[in-house]
Write a protein that binds this ligand. Sequence first.
Ligand SMILES: Cc1cc2nc3c(=O)[nH]c(=O)nc-3n(C[C@H](O)[C@H](O)[C@H](O)COP(=O)(O)O)c2cc1C
Length: 171
Amino acid sequence: MNGIIVYASKYGSTREYALLIAQKLGVEALRASEVPSEKVRRPHYVVLGSPIYAYSVLPEMEAFLESNREILEGKPLAAFVVCGDTMWNPKAGEGGSKNLEKLTRFLSAEPFTTAIFGGRMRMEELDEEDGPRIRAFYERIGREATGFDRMEPGDVDPFVDRINEFLASGV
Ligand SMILES: Cc1cc2nc3c(=O)[nH]c(=O)nc-3n(C[C@H](O)[C@H](O)[C@H](O)COP(=O)(O)O)c2cc1C
C-alpha cells in the first residue's frame, strides 16, 4: 500500500530517521514545509516525524498539520518524535511519552503506531539562537554543555515492522 513520510528537522537527525524509514518502506519522505497538499491527498497512509524543541514540535510540523487537517482525517497515521530526552520520567515508566504527546495532540485520531527515537545535538552546529539557549540551559542545571549523540538507526526496524504489520492486516 502506498504511503508517504512527512518530517520536520532543523539539524538533520529527524531527516536521517525519516529517510531510513522511507527507504525501508519503499515510499517518499518529504519536508513538512515543502510538501504540496496534493502529495498528501493521494497516499493511503502518512508517517509523521518531528524533533522536539523546547517541549514542542517544530513550527513547520504544526503548520503542516494545521493546513492539511482535513486531508489527514480518516487516513491511517503513524507518528514518531526525535528528542534528547527519550526517558522523560523513567521512574514512572513514561519513557519520553510526554514528548510524543507534543506531536500526537495535534492529530484528530490515534496513530496506529508511534515511536520515540534518540536524537543528536552538536554544539558546534547550533545557530545564534539555539547555541546561547542551550548553553544557558546547561548552566542552569550545572552541567557542561557537551551536546550528545543518541541516534540509533536500528531503532527504526521495530517501527517499520509495526507499519508493515498494520498494512498487511488490510485495515
Ligand atoms: C534549542 C534546542 C531545544 C531542545 N529542546 C528539547 C526538549 O525540550 N526536549 C528534548 O527531549 N530534546 C530537546 N532538544 C534536543 C533535540 O530534540 C535533538 O537535538 C533532535 O535530534 C534535533 O532534531 P533535528 O536534528 O532533526 O533538528 C533540543 C535541542 C535544541 C537545539
